[in-house]
Design a protein around this ligand. Structure first.
Ligand SMILES: C[S@@+](CC[C@H](N)C(=O)[O-])C[C@H]1O[C@@H](n2cnc3c(N)ncnc32)[C@H](O)[C@@H]1O
Length: 291
């Protein structure tokens, strides 16, 4: 994984949960699903191969900027810990919750600040009410069993009586190239409903508002998977393997998915020869209601 200097989009200001739902960076509301499709699988090797190709763009900088004035910070679903380590290096300490033992182990390998890791799930966070003044989860809600409960838990452990407190989510935006390709090719082969991460952000916003975090801003950020291989055939091979294994490692139809991805990925590389975008929306929830 690489990072680069931030080029922050101008954030929106002072949105309500309803405005979050209707905003083009989440919605449009009339095309949102009416229920959660259920969690994606996230294979061990599939995720590692994905992260190796991922340039996070300004994601790390956005989280660091969001928690710059906070001291008790929780990373929910920290994965292999890139962001938790960056936060710990800035704040001195970052607590992380992660259900997968192998990922927790790599979080604990941190040499930059203290990353205090707890095995656990977002839906049942092992902390007291108001234990943190900033709680964030990057690319986690599409993998949990119950996103609304996870959002309520994130708000519960964040201290709404502290005016500087915030809960922050990063998820895919409606123009996310990677999600579009997977929705078009792999999701139907798996017989699943399409992914819609704006729906998850809007669902979380409603739960945050109910829990005292009712002032929202949205940001846009760019991330991408990179395919530097000079030959297009090599790039297509690599992309089909990475994309197929991302959500469907070990799935009985994964070989079929990889083959079905070939023409779609080939077409994509005609327009964007060395990258597949992982465009994201950042939701920041603060205590109170919009004035
Ligand atoms: C796509 S990864 C993102 C990891 C990390 N936040 C990042 O941005 O690199 C999703 C993470 O969510 C974790 N996860 C899955 N179910 C979870 C749950 N119920 N509660 C908390 N984390 C969960 C996975 O183990 C995985 O590490």
């Amino acid at each position: 994984m690489t990072t680069r200097e931030p080029v922050l989009s101008a954030p929106t200001r002072g949105l309500t949960a309803t405005e979050v739902r209707e905003h083009p960076w989440c919605g449009p509301a009339d095309r949102m699903p009416t229920r959660y499709r259920g969690p994606h699988g996230l294979g061990r090797d599939g995720w590692v191969n994905f992260v190796t190709r991922l340039e996070r763009g300004e994601e790390v900088a956005i989280i660091r900027a969001a928690v710059a004035d906070n001291r008790r910070v929780l990373d929910v679903g920290g994965g292999t810990g890139e962001i938790a380590r960056a936060v710990a290096a800035q704040v001195g300490r970052c607590t992380a919750v992660e259900p997968h033992a192998d990922r927790v182990a790599s979080l604990q390998d941190s040499g930059h600040g203290v990353v205090d890791v707890h095995p656990g799930h977002a839906e049942s966070l092992p902390f007291e009410d108001g234990a943190f003044d900033a709680v964030y989860a990057t690319w986690v809600l599409p993998y949990v069993d119950d996103p609304e409960r996870a959002a309520r838990e994130m708000a519960r452990v964040c201290d709404a009586s502290d005016p500087g407190a915030k809960v922050v989510l990063i998820g895919g935006s409606p123009d996310n190239e990677l999600v579009s390709v997977l929705n078009e090719v792999c999701v139907p082969l798996a017989g699943e409903e399409p992914d819609h991460q704006g729906y998850l952000l809007a669902t979380a916003a409603a739960a945050f508002a109910d829990s005292g975090f009712g002032r929202f801003s949205l940001h846009r950020t760019e991330a991408a998977l990179h395919f530097p291989e000079p030959s297009v055939d090599e790039r297509v091979d690599a992309a089909c393997a990475v994309l197929g294994d991302f959500w469907y490692e070990g799935h009985p139809r994964v070989e079929e998915m990889r083959e079905a991805l070939r023409p779609r990925v080939h077409r994509h590389f005609r327009h964007r020869p060395h990258a597949i975008g992982d465009q994201a929306t950042v939701l920041v929830a603060r205590p109170g209601t919009p004035s």
